[in-house]
Every structure is written in structure tokens, then in C-alpha cells.
Design a protein around this ligand. Sequence first.
Ligand code: HSE
Length: 317
Amino acid sequence: MEWTCVFAPASIGNAGPGFDALGVAITGPGDKAWARRVPQGGVFIREILGLSHGIPIESGLNSVGIAARGVLEALGVREGLELRIQKGIPSSSGLGSSAASACAGAFAANVVFGSPLPREKLLPFCVESERATSGDAYADNVAACLLGGLVLIQSYDPLEAVSLGALEGVQFVVATPKFALSTRESRGALPREIPMKAAVANMSAVALVVAGLLKKDVHMFGQGIRDHLVEPFRSPLIPGFHTVKAAALDAGALGCAISGAGPSIFAVATGEPNARVVGDRMREGFMKHGLDSIIRLAVMDHQGTRLASPEEGEETA
Ligand code: HSE
């Protein structure tokens, strides 16, 4: 039986102000899964390559496996799935690593059995995988990774996501410090109630991001990248956060916020030359706090999870 290869891109959860409600897929790193049908029922992960440190190979404990199992059960197939995985996104970095794995698993399982489900219908299996691995059923990363571009979680009950498309010319700069911050820990830092003033500020910012995308106004989009809701509670978990954010804005970035649950911090620059300067300043900001970081420049990935070409997602830094 032939192997099918799929690629699932990295994503920025929350896309700044939209906690659990907005997400955006980005170009660059991603996870790959090779999958093929096998006669025995179940999901069998044969190997995990790349940035695989500490990821369990048991399919019931692994994001790829959990999502793939959900799809197979929904399809009611008797045969099973064999998988090989190439992790291109570091875990616990704030770049949607577990989401990409879940999307790769669900997408591959569906494709191998003839693509009976439209991609939107794969979303619940990916969210279930997020819940199983991080303890909470948030959908912003998986929806962005699956559908591409900017996505809005319209509702959690029932689970519905709206794809808003991609905006050309938005230049992201993502600084990933070399330490891991688990989503579980980062969510654990959040309060149960939020101040009205912060809620109002974030409503404006979410509207700016969405309006910027729909009006194709990169500046408006970038100016919406600010967060008053979760940043005060999560920034203490990221050494140097305020230095790095101030450095990005001083260098001309339009907006700056924590990427997903962190510790990555992302900014929107005014173009590629500005992005290089912003990236250098962000790296220096982390260095002032004794942290090395990886700087990635990216644009929106408008395709989402897809059949892979051999070159995609080969980053292993
Ligand atoms: N919306 C989630 C959070 C994304 O911020 O916790 C996790 O990557």
C-alpha cells in the first residue's frame, strides 16, 4: 500500500487579542505525517522523527494518533492506519505544535480512506486531541492549521469555525526563546474573571484585526495585534517579555503579543526589511535576559493542512 504524505503548518493561537477565538496559520515550520492503510484495525505510529523529544509513540497518548483514531472511528472502517511522523515544530513553543500534529493525523486518516469528510468536519477530532493532551478544548490553533489563513471560532457549543481567508503583505516576526512553556501551565496562570476595561480594549483589537483582514489593510491588521486580557498573567512566565515587546515596537512593528500560550512572542512588521530589524531587536531583547532565541519571518499560510510536497516542513532547528 502506498504512503500518503500530509503537511500541517505552524499557527499563532489567539492571533493577539482573540483568546481562544482567533488563530492564524503561518508559513515556515510544520509537521508531516506519512500514512497508509493496514489490514489490522487501529492506529499504529511506527516512528517520530525531527523535533520529537519526549513525545509518546503510543497512539492513544499522541496528538497525531488521538486525532487519527477519532476519524477512523467516525468513518467506521475496519482497517487501520500506519503512521510515520516528522515533527517540524518544537513542542511547548507557542507555535501550535500539538495542533499541527492533530491536524496532520486527522487529515491523513481521512485522505487514506478516500476523503469522505470535508476538512471542516475534521475539526472536532483535532479539538479532542488538544483537550486530551493539554486539558482544555480550545480550537484556535487547530482551526487555523486545518483551514489556513485567519480563522474565527464562531462558537464552541456547537463547535463552529469561520475561515476569514488570508491577507497578503502581513509580515510576521516570531521570536522563540529556547525554553519550553507548556500550554497547561500557561492556561493555569489565567484568572477566572477579567476586568471590564481589558475586555473592552480586546474587543476593539479583535475587531481591528478582522476589519484589517477584510479591508485588506495591513496597518489596521497590525495595529490590532495587542492583548490586554491574558498578557498581564502570562508575561511573567516569559523572562524578558516586556523588553522584547518594547524592542519590537521601538523598531517599528505595528503590533506585538504572545504567540498562543507562549513562550514565543510575535510582531507584525511593516514589510520584510522592517521585519529583519524587528527580529534582530527581539533577539537582542531576549539576550538581555540571558535567553537565546530563534527568529522566524513568516507570512500567512493560506492553504492549511494539505497533501505535502517533499520540501515542506523540513526545518529542524
Ligand atoms: N488559545 C490557546 C491559549 C492557544 O492561548 O491557551 C494555545 O496555543
